[in-house]
Design a protein. Structure first.
Length: 305
């Protein structure tokens, strides 16, 4: 059964925490406003900080269908909105010809009907059930081009789409729209103005530790503290790609599988590929940096720094 939308910011925090998502108050506030005002939310931030997970958590917490549009270079309207089942249409035309039915108007009205319409994610979101509007995740919008952004304006502004053969289809209830971008390029202001904006940053140490405790509960408590401190230190270094929260969780699970109860240079060296995804970054840490970082974080943890 669909759950009611949270009626306070604190209720929004609790809603997210119940699904294992540890959010700061600023994010919870934007989510609360987005839900109450029925406005899309635009989440920007580095890869791996939990932007996509927010949409999944909302869908689960509110018991709504999750419809995901994964963006990529070259994404067009037919892949995002709809396309016609041309093979089935041709079969229908041949059957009509074989039966002697030559009425072109009748044929056109039948082959361009719902029966032959293939619904893609955005159209599916527009046709959601009243009272149970889905969560529409438009993931990594920055991978598309400006033409696709322009198409989205009608969707975001009016909660409707236009199919030339069928007309305008308006959502009976606006879907909950979550747009994410890794900021590989700037998104046009016209689209951003239709959304509530939030920058999803890397979490501070205390919050990241709580995330690890929830997402990697088997990890030793001392190990969790040390690996979070290690990751926090790495994000201060000049790396091509700093590790995100997703990598922190993966690393905690990987070290647990190796029965590690504390960080040591050997474990770190053997598992850097879980944490870092570029060889240049890995090489920087294999040149004596790992031991220095470990010594520093252990001193800081011992002194409460």
């Amino acid at each position: 059964m669909t759950r009611a939308l949270p009626d306070t910011i604190d209720a929004t925090v609790s809603l997210l925490e119940a699904e294992g998502y540890v959010a700061d108050r600023a994010l919870a506030t934007v989510l609360f406003l987005s839900l109450r005002m029925k406005r899309p939310i635009f989440l920007e931030g580095e890869a791996g900080v939990g932007k996509t997970e927010i949409a999944k958590v909302l869908a689960s917490a509110l018991d709504r269908p999750l419809i995901r549009l994964q963006c990529y270079e070259g994404l067009d309207v037919s892949s995002a909105l709809y396309e016609w089942n041309y093979a089935a249409q041709m079969i229908e035309i041949r059957l009509r010809e074989a039966s002697g039915d030559t009425s072109r108007d009748a044929a056109r009205s039948e082959i361009f009907s719902n029966e032959f319409l293939i619904r893609r994610p955005i159209l599916q979101a527009m046709e959601g059930e009243p009272g149970r509007a889905p969560v529409l995740l438009i993931d990594e919008l920055d991978r598309t081009d400006e033409a696709f952004e322009a198409f989205l304006l009608e969707v975001l502004a009016d909660n409707q789409v236009t199919i030339p053969e069928l007309g305008t289809i308006r959502a009976p209830e606006p879907p909950i729209v979550v747009i994410t971008t890794n900021r590989t390029r700037e998104i046009h202001d016209a689209l951003k103005r239709r959304c509530l904006y939030h920058w999803v940053d890397y979490p501070e140490a205390d919050r990241e530790l709580e995330i690890v405790r929830r997402k990697a509960p088997r990890a030793n408590a001392d190990l969790s503290r040390e690996l979070v401190a290690f990751v926090q230190e790495l994000r201060q270094r000049d790396l091509f790609k700093a590790p995100g929260v997703a990598e922190t969780i993966d690393w905690a699970n990987a070290l647990t599988e190796l029965d590690a109860v504390a960080l040591d240079p050997r474990h770190v060296s053997d598992t850097l590929g879980v944490l870092l995804k570029y060889q240049d970054d890995i090489e920087k840490l294999q040149q004596g940096e790992t031991t220095k970082i470990l010594d520093q974080i252990k001193r800081d943890l011992e002194t409460g720094g």
